[in-house]
Ligand binder design. Structure first.
Ligand code: HAM
Length: 431
């Protein structure tokens, strides 16, 4: 029998307390931006029918073709762990008849997603995404609003070197013709493509434009560009999106080869990338676009939509790298008061006092598991507490507490029923 090893599955990771600080910060920014733009929160299940994704994202895509965690339930339903959030949100919109609500229905989400990818920097098998989806509106102003919000999130998190790449990939009117001319160009270069792209040539030639292999990049450089072949409606839509982005002074660049790896996109697609000071890209942080055919692909009524999603682990990796460069992490707000106790009665009363501080929203550090006053004072000193409240045996009997100022060494006795109030004052005046 093989020996059990206590370790995570490949590509899955624990979010340890040190990382929770980042999650908390990102969540706060997301709540703020969503609230401001009137996006309401939605949570969909982690497990969905596999068809939600095979129909929407496409069976020829890497996400569905190679990376889905698919399995049969005991009831023989073919289900999967969700690899992305847009298809489930649209499924929910259709299922709950949200077309009856004022349009667009603006929703946001955050949570775990699963892709069986080859683990590498910034690529996990369980990762976290946040996303914004505006469903039920065709207007190009929605596209630019989604781009603005995505950009806002990174800006508020302190990102400086970010660029937005945009493109239009047309719709069912103009894309088939473009696919045809692209395929005939790529066929003429077939031997110069990587083996994956030679396969893609049949199934999904557009994806070849997205390939990161150097040999394919060379072929790509001479390929026809879809923006030269957009139909009138797609051209007008894209023009307006760009005009909005100009007006908003968002730093975008046109990337005529940006196609994104999911089948449901139509018209606008975009990605937000962080580039380090040296100019090297640290990968796509946020990606999105318009998906006017998605509802129909799921068998629902014709409903346009536009949205984006960001990878939280990737964002955190950049945030950490920045902190290291700036000389270490900023500590979260720490307690300035340390509550020390000596003896059983004092310990019990301290626990009650600690709870009173919590109700008064005053952060206090403690070490109830330690019995020696010396080790508690050492802990207080290590965390840089300004004040230590000492609750000894005498104090517990006579209902007072001794306050020691760690900076000046001065001491003071305070009656127990006044201590919360007095500490509140001290914190306010910082002395
Ligand atoms: P996506 O480009 O597949 O788009 O994923 C969005 C972001 O999730 C990526 O830019 C990346 O930051 C992060 N991400 C993707 N895969 C991984 C992974 N294996 N490990 C870590 N991070 C990852 C979508 O999922 C679309 N649903 C976006 C969208 C929303 N389009 C319209 N609305």
């Amino acid at each position: 029998m093989s020996k059990f090893k206590y370790q995570n599955l490949t590509g899955m990771h624990d979010i340890l307390p040190t990382d929770q600080v980042f999650f908390k910060k990102i969540n706060k920014v997301l709540e703020g931006v969503s609230h401001y733009y009137s996006f309401d929160k939605i949570e969909t299940p982690i497990v969905e029918f596999a068809e939600v994704f095979s129909k929407a994202v496409g069976t020829d895509t890497d996400i569905v073709g190679k990376e889905m965690y698919t399995f049969r339930t005991k009831g023989q339903d073919l289900v999967c762990l969700r690899p992305e959030g847009t298809a489930p949100v649209m499924r929910s919109y259709l299922e709950h008849g949200m077309h009856n609500l004022p349009q667009p229905v603006k929703l946001w989400y955050v949570g775990p997603f699963f892709r069986y990818e080859r683990p590498q920097a910034g690529r996990y098998r369980q990762f976290h995404q946040f996303g914004f989806e505006a469903v039920g509106d065709k207007n190009p102003s929605i596209d630019s609003q989604i781009i603005q919000m995505s950009y806002d999130v990174l800006k508020e998190l302190g990102f400086k070197n970010i660029t937005i790449e945009v493109n239009s990939i047309g719709d069912s009117e103009c894309r088939p013709y473009f696919k045809k001319i692209l395929t005939s160009y790529l066929k003429s270069k077939k031997s110069s493509l990587c083996s994956d792209c030679q396969r893609r040539l049949k199934e999904n030639p557009l994806r070849i434009l997205d390939c990161k292999e150097e040999k394919c990049q060379r072929v790509k450089a001479g390929a026809p560009q879809i923006i030269d072949h957009l139909c009138e409606a797609c051209h007008a839509h894209f023009k307006q999106v760009l005009e909005f982005l100009d007006e908003l002074e968002l730093p975008y660049t046109l990337n005529p080869y940006l196609v994104r790896g999911l089948d449901y996109y139509t018209k606008t697609v975009f990605e937000i990338i962080e580039t380090s000071e040296t100019g090297t890209s640290l990968g796509t942080l946020i990606g999105g676009g318009r998906y006017d055919n998605l509802a129909k692909m799921l068998g629902g009524r014709d409903t346009p939509g536009c949205g984006s999603a960001g990878g939280i682990e990737r964002i955190i990796e950049v945030m950490k790298a920045k902190e290291e460069k700036a000389g270490g992490s900023k500590k979260p707000e720490e307690a300035k008061i340390f509550l020390a106790q000596l003896g059983q009665m004092a310990k019990m009363k301290s626990m009650k006092l600690f709870e009173e501080f919590r109700t008064a929203k005053i952060p206090v550090a403690e070490s109830f598991s330690k019995d020696s006053l010396k080790s508690q004072l050492r802990a207080a000193d290590k965390m840089g507490a300004k004040w230590v409240l000492i609750f000894g045996q005498k104090e517990a009997l006579e209902n007072f507490i001794t306050l020691r100022n760690m900076e000046t060494g001065t001491k003071k006795e305070i009656t127990l029923d006044k201590v919360v109030e007095e500490m509140k004052e001290k914190l306010k005046n910082n002395k």
